[in-house]
Design a protein around this ligand. Structure first.
Ligand code: UGA
Length: 438
């Protein structure tokens, strides 16, 4: 059955949702207040970097299933049978999720609606938000507005795969009519449905991201311990990951998680817990470990090179992970200013990441320009290009000890070392101490 769907917000989640639902045959209108974005999308150009999205965008527009609009002529005619809210919920200064965009959109929809519809919340909103929205905006609307919490589990760079081959679809609703409509919406996706109440669905989203963040901080703590005792984190991760109860994913040690989701959602969950009178001690530690982990390259480079004046340092990677241009909460944003403060000259290279001015650093267009004359290079993002580098040539262009700090444990340590470079990583043996004062 073809449903008339509206997706509000053409950011990362909204755009992926819109193109994927259009691909499934639904009639989709993506709405955004940003006229420039709407114009760009209407011309067939994606506003985000995501492998495969341009093709789905072109397909959706060619089939007539996908259109873009602004709400400048009012919301009434834009409201679909299903209207998905996918606007941002950034982190407020106090760590809470900022719900102002969500509230503005929901208020406008409730006010304008002249036919019943189901409102689907895809934005990540704190537990209790669905209940508050129902009470404040939906109960008094002129028409019936159903409410479904339908969190997303899309990884940047793998979003289309995660959409069509998802491990599960979570649907939180109070009424069967809304759930029935959602089953229609996702009829072509072969995935188990977790049907539950709204508050539980909201909790599943935060608990999922908090658990994955916990796994990362846990393995990073073990990696730090490996460095103290001379054990090898690669073997340890492999050895524990083979236990199916633990699982092998998200056990890559390094300089910690970044991006627009984990840092924001862990902080927000901690905030919600505190607000509800509960001290989520484990989660606080997860956040603290992650904040500390990203400083490791600074600590070790400074130890190895006590005076950074007149030293040049290459930062390889700015994106918070490969296959995305997203630099939000990237460890590079903390590492670069700290090294620059010590007097180092910083050159950053990233093949894709968004243009970004980091004070004290110059962005260069080529990895060799970054490495030329550098005493140290810090791999912040595990781009394929870095794992394939010609290490003999790297040794030739770098100076001094030629420190390679592998912040993602992604390089072939033996190849780097045999080129005569000084290799440092996170939990790959006691190399840090050996390299000190090189
Ligand atoms: C994450 C979740 O994986 C998605 O399921 C979720 O929907 C999304 O957040 C969201 O809440 O919207 P994403 O932020 O795109 O997706 O990135 P991930 O691939 O999960 O990586 C997050 C961070 O963890 C990256 O900085 C990555 O480098 C780091 N990471 C990941 C590690 O340090 N070690 C690992 O083993 C895995």
């Amino acid at each position: 059955m073809t449903l008339r769907v509206t997706v509000v917000g053409t950011g990362y989640v909204g755009l992926v949702t819109g193109v994927c639902l259009a691909h499934s045959g639904h009639s989709v209108t993506c709405v955004d207040i940003d006229r420039a974005k709407v114009d760009m999308l209407t011309s067939g150009t994606s506003t985000i970097y995501e492998p495969g999205i341009e093709e789905l965008l072109a397909g959706g527009m060619a089939s007539g299933n996908l259109t873009f609009a602004t709400p400048e002529n009012g919301w009434r005619d834009l409201i679909g049978d299903i209207t998905v809210v996918a606007v941002g919920t950034p982190m407020a200064p106090n760590g809470a999720a900022d719900l102002s965009a969500v509230r503005t959109v929901v208020a406008a929809l409730a006010e304008a609606a002249d036919h019943p519809f189901t409102l689907v919340m895809k934005s990540t909103v704190p537990m209790g938000t669905g209940a508050a929205i129902r009470q404040r905006y939906l109960d008094d609307a002129a028409v019936r507005i159903g409410y479904v919490s339908n969190p997303e589990f899309l990884r940047e760079g793998k979003a289309l795969e995660d959409w069509f081959k998802t491990d599960r679809i979570v649907l939180g609703a109070a009424e069967e009519a809304d759930l029935a409509l959602m089953r229609e919406l996702y009829a072509d996706i072969d995935a188990p449905l977790v049907e539950t109440d709204v508050a539980s669905a909201e909790t599943i989203k935060y608990a999922s991201n908090a658990f994955l963040s916990t796994k990362i901080s846990f393995i990073n703590e073990i990696a730090n311990l490996c460095d103290c005792i001379g054990a090898d984190i690669d073997a340890v991760s492999r050895g524990i990951g083979m236990d199916k109860r633990i699982g092998s994913q998200f056990l890559n040690a390094g300089i910690g998680y970044g991006g627009s989701c984990f840092p924001k959602d862990t902080r927000a969950l901690d905030f919600i817990a505190t607000l509800n009178g509960y001290q989520f001690t484990l989660l606080k530690s997860v956040i603290e470990v992650n904040n500390r982990q990203r400083l490791l390259p600074v600590v070790h480079v400074m130890r190895a090179l006590p005076d950074l004046h007149e030293r040049s340092i290459a930062i390889l990677g700015l994106a918070f992970k490969p296959d995305t241009d997203d630099v939000r909460e990237s460890p590079a944003l903390d590492i670069v200013p700290l090294l620059a403060e010590q007097g180092a000259t910083i050159r950053i290279y990233d093949p894709v990441a968004a243009e970004l001015t980091v004070s004290g650093a110059t962005r260069v267009a080529d990895v060799w320009r970054a490495l030329e004359g550098a005493s140290a290079a810090v791999v912040v993002t595990e781009w394929h290009e870095f794992t394939e580098l010609d290490w003999a040539r790297v040794r030739e262009v770098m100076t001094g000890p030629g420190i390679i700090y592998d912040g993602r444990n992604c390089l072939d340590a033996a190849a780097v070392r045999s080129a005569g470079l000084t290799y440092m990583a996170v939990g790959r043996g006691g190399e840090h101490r050996a390299a000190e004062n090189a």
